[in-house]
Design a protein around this ligand. Structure first.
Ligand code: GLC
Length: 673
């Protein structure tokens, strides 16, 4: 369950003059409020007819214009907006994680506009019906209000419906980027939308379209590539896949290109750090991918935690309104990130005022909704925040709800549940794995595995670990370990693909003395990174781990050639270890369907992936981008005298200094058989 106290700085740190802290004053206020509500309740109970209700807004006539689906959306929005109280408007701007609801009744009580599930925030029963039941219950609450405005429910389905137990989990974006295949990305997004729709989920906080420049960043794998053109093309394809058909279709899923702007360009790859670029470069490198996404019809964009030149994006009117709306022409909803407005350097009221005035329409609070609502109402009542800005934000929110037909069809369409882990989706996932693999080294044609190989020994702590294959944002925010989700591990995939009569042995960590290892004709060594998400994946250095170095030393001491499969969210520095690997396949974070890896290892499918990121030779080179983009596949002949893929200058015309200035493998590199 994603609990990010670190990022939700205590609001008690706010300015006590304008906001009761959680200190003694805070509790005093609370006690007084409780006492008052008890008093009110008792008087109300004894003499309800005498109690003068505050000016209760009038009931809504059945023929109210906004309830008529035959009217233009704009007309419905304006009619509804005119009927709304300030409280109802601010409620629409409030997004709460389901885990923080005191009771589902608060959705009605506080007229909440949106609920989300952050990473790992699944319903107690993590099944398709468990999700749909939860969604429908929440929707019932939202409809049980004066205006009956349905909620939007958002989730991070960033590589499949990944919070749902036993959904199809596809490769993370970096692997899809290696495929360079926009149609594949669109198909994966469409499949994800279908697996979401049956559970009531019609809002995806994706695609992430960062342009990662520094692989030390823990979210590198959420980016398609280090170049804005590839990110733009594949990001737009994902939007097309989610938002396919008519917006009122029950499997049309609202996309959310994220995070605007500069998330992948922070100093040192620090998650939520500062992106110091000049304005032009910031927009050119990190803004460009939003153009095709907006052109594709993106209706929501999520703001980014990072700062630009020291100013938090969430508080920047220049970036959120002047650039995104003014220059990029975006006319949809701008959503904050998780608790991000509370990182602004101000007291809570100031943070709220600044972020909404800058252009945030909906606040992913995600916990203390009472405080956000009361603070925002006060800001408007005190003239600190214009009601016209509130109206503009609510207009953007309501427009989407009407466009999606939520007023007419607010509940889950469970008919789509058949799509979850359907044969078609598993086949698609397998294909996406095949196309995501990048063959980086293949000495003596170690691969593909041919009939002469009669005994394969598989080793590595991730070789039989579907959780490790999936990486972060899988069942839990930080991902999971082990075969705790339906799918096929690398070990299982190789065993099921093996030639008749072939011996397959396995050890999680190799024992040089073992008979299995010594008798093997080929060793498949699975190395890489354990699952992580966001700042938990930030690294100062990106060397492969010592445990994998030791594993390679052990297996390479034997006679059998070693084919390494690397599970990682980014390039890792492995130059010194390269000679211990006769073959090396970058598999990124492939998801649940490792059959796609066996297909390539056995040569049923040619490797066709090309590096989406430059592969550093040394940590000291980072960040390193190489302009040269060969784009196409390379043959081993291509490599002569390039210096790529070699660690010893005796293997190339280049001298040691020239070699050290090059990446180990350039952007766009990939071998074929
Ligand atoms: C996170 C991420 C964002 C995600 C949101 C909700 O902090 O930055 O990508 O959509 O929270 O889980």
């Amino acid at each position: 369950m994603k609990q990010r106290t670190k990022l939700l700085p205590s609001k008690a740190g706010g300015d006590t003059t304008c906001e009761p802290t959680r200190g003694w004053r805070g509790w005093a206020y609370t006690a007084a409020a409780l006492l008052l509500s008890v008093l009110l309740a008792t008087t109300a109970c004894t003499s309800s007819e005498e109690t003068v209700e505050p000016d209760e807004p009038p009931p809504v006539p059945e023929d109210a214009a906004y309830l008529d689906p035959g009217l233009p959306t704009e007309e419905r929005v304006e009619d509804l907006l005119d009927r709304m109280t300030l409280e109802e408007k601010v409620g629409q701007m409030t997004q709460v994680d389901r885990q923080f609801l005191t009771t589902p009744r608060d959705i009605a009580e506080f007229k909440l506009g949106s609920i989300l599930s952050g990473g790992g925030s699944h319903p107690p029963e993590n099944t398709p019906d468990g999700w749909a039941d939860m969604y429908d219950e929440f929707q019932e609450q939202a409809l049980d209000t004066r205006l009956g405005i349905p909620i939007l429910y958002g989730i991070d389905a960033v590589h499949g419906h990944n919070n749902l137990q036993d959904a199809t989990i596809f490769p993370h974006n970096i692997g899809l980027g290696a495929s360079r295949n926009a149609e594949l990305v669109e198909a994966v997004a469409r499949a994800t939308a279908l697996e979401m729709a049956g559970t009531g989920m019609r809002w995806n906080f994706g695609p992430a379209i960062p342009v990662p420049q520094d692989p030390r960043w823990g979210r590198t794998y959420e980016g398609f590539a280090e170049t804005p053109d590839v990110v733009g093309e594949l990001g737009a394809a994902a939007v097309r896949g989610y938002q396919s058909g008519s917006p009122t279709d029950s499997d049309w899923v609202l996309a959310t290109p994220k995070h605007w702007i500069g998330d992948g360009g922070t100093e040192g790859g620090e998650d939520q750090g500062d992106t110091p670029l000049p304005r032009e470069e910031l927009i050119e490198l990190h803004g460009t991918p939003y153009e095709p996404a907006i052109a594709e019809g993106a209706r929501v964009i999520m703001a980014s935690y990072n700062s630009w030149q020291g100013e938090k994006v969430h508080g920047s009117r220049e970036l959120l309104t002047d650039v995104l709306r003014g220059e990029f022409g975006f006319d949809g909803m701008i959503l904050s990130d998780w608790g991000a407005i509370y990182q602004l350097p101000a007291a809570e009221a100031g943070q709220t005022r600044q972020s909404i005035a800058a252009g945030i329409d909906m606040n992913m609070v995600p916990d203390d909704y009472r405080s956000f609502i009361s603070t925002t109402k006060e800001l408007v009542q005190e003239g600190e925040l214009s009601e016209s800005r509130i109206d503009e934000a609510v207009r953007n929110i309501l427009t989407i709800k009407f466009e999606m037909g939520l007023f007419e069809e607010p509940f889950a369409d469970r008919g789509h549940q058949d799509a979850i882990r359907s044969e078609e989706h598993l086949e698609l996932a397998r294909e996406s794995v095949q196309e995501s693999l990048v063959l980086l080294r293949n000495e003596e044609s170690t691969l593909p595995i041919d009939e002469d190989v009669r005994h394969i020994h598989i080793t590595g702590r991730f070789a039989d670990d579907i959780g490790a294959q999936c990486g972060g944002w899988t069942l839990e925010w930080q991902g999971v370990r082990g075969n705790v989700i339906e799918g096929t591990s690398i070990r299982q995939a190789i065993a099921s693909r093996a030639h008749r009569g072939m011996d397959i042995t396995f050890s999680e960590s190799p024992d040089g003395a073992s008979q299995d290892l010594q008798a093997a004709d080929l060793v498949v060594a699975v190395i890489g990174e354990r699952p992580y998400a966001e700042m938990e994946g930030d690294r100062n250095r990106i060397d492969i781990l010592p445990t994998d170095v030791r594993l390679l030393e052990t297996v390479s001491a034997g006679e059998a050639p070693v084919a390494a499969v690397l599970l990682s969210g980014r390039p890792l520095v492995l130059t010194d270890e390269l000679p211990m690997m006769d073959a090396l396949v970058a598999a990124w974070l492939p998801g649940t369907e490792a059959d796609g890896i066996a297909d390539v290892l056995f040569g049923d499918v040619e490797p066709s992936g090309r590096l989406p990121m430059t592969w550093p030779r040394r940590n000291e080179q980072i960040p390193i981008q190489v302009d040269e983009d060969r784009g196409g596949l390379w043959s081993t002949e291509d490599l002569a005298d390039t210096g790529y893929g070699v660690v010893d200058e005796r293997e190339t015309e280049l001298n040691a200094e020239e070699l050290e200035s090059l990446p180990l493998f350039p952007y766009g590199f990939g071998l074929s058989y």
